[in-house]
Design a protein around this ligand. Structure first.
Ligand code: ISJ
Length: 286
């Protein structure tokens, strides 16, 4: 019995991983693989991972083989601070422009296209995917999108370009939270290793609870040492995120899927979310 679990390499998902007892989990057959979201999405689709924290978009594009671990997500209702769109021009003036998209994302690149089409009538632009190097992206394009720690580091620098926070734009136009990451499990793996999954899910909840108990102070001081930025910055950052997939978050996610389908980014409509429930697995109640 073994599980290979994908772990998002960005700080935004860390409350679920930071306080895990990895040695105990290893003894229970759980192995972690760290990577950026786009790579985890691909590995999950290729069944190289039993489950993973992934882009919410990736879950929407292969819902048949996957289910969601309940309650876990990375979301925001308003500013996210780490999904930033830099532009030489205001959003309304982006038609036909050259726009660079970070190669590490799936949710945010589609979120950007959806926001531009649905709310700013920018239907044609020249999109190109690039490694998240803000200097090159700026030199070669009229606008560029960064996510995760790359966006956070960029946000500490001055910029003479317009800077938009996609979480803030989404909320302003929809009044709904935006869900960036979810925890998806291969149905096959859950059937085989249900009790290990239940234990791991329990540990994710426990890590999140521990992170929230000191209001993220412990994590904030660690990430301030590791990545720069003040303790206060990181604490504010974590406080601004939603780590619970509640009813509003689910509503926001389904609306995102609705628009992703409308504009042809998803081949099939996603009308409901397959979230694992108590009783799906006999040994443990979520
Ligand atoms: C909040 C963020 O969400 C991330 C954005 C993702 C995406 O755009 O595909 C995937 C996972 C999330 O961890 C971030 O990048 O800062």
């Amino acid at each position: 019995m073994s599980i290979t679990m994908g772990e998002i390499a960005y700080t935004n998902a860390k409350p679920f991983f930071y306080y895990l007892d990895r040695q105990k989990l290893e003894r229970e057959g759980v192995r972690f693989e760290q990577d950026v979201p786009a790579s985890l999405n691909r590995k999950l689709e290729e069944q190289k991972l039993s489950g993973s924290a992934v882009s919410s978009f990736a879950f929407g594009s292969s819902t048949r083989a996957l289910s969601l671990l309940p309650s876990l997500c990375v979301a925001s209702a308003g500013k996210v601070r780490s999904i930033l769109f830099y532009s030489r021009y205001p959003l309304e003036e982006l038609a036909g422009r050259r726009i660079a998209l970070t190669s590490t994302s799936a949710t945010s690149v589609h979120l950007l296209k959806i926001i531009l089409q649905e709310f700013y009538q920018v239907t044609e632009a020249e999109y190109r995917t690039q490694a998240p190097d803000p200097v090159k992206m700026k030199e070669q394009n009229d606008a560029y999108l960064l996510i995760g720690d790359d966006a956070i580091k960029a946000s500490w620098e001055e910029s003479d370009w317009f800077r938009y926070d996609l979480g803030e734009l989404w909320y302003a136009h929809t009044g709904l939270p935006m869900v960036y990451a979810v925890f998806a499990v291969q149905n096959e793996s859950f059937q085989q290793d249900g009790s290990t999954w239940s234990a791991l899910h329990h540990d994710f909840l426990q890590s999140r609870r521990t992170a929230q108990q000191d209001d993220f102070a412990g994590m904030a001081s660690d990430y301030s040492h590791k990545l720069g930025g003040s303790r206060a910055y990181w604490q504010e950052y974590f406080r601004g995120l939603h780590f619970t997939l509640g009813a509003r978050e689910q509503e926001g996610l389904l609306y995102y899927y609705h628009l992703a389908y409308k504009y042809g980014y998803l081949n099939e409509a996603v009308e409901s979310l397959d979230i694992l429930q108590p009783g799906d697995e006999v040994h443990y109640l979520f």
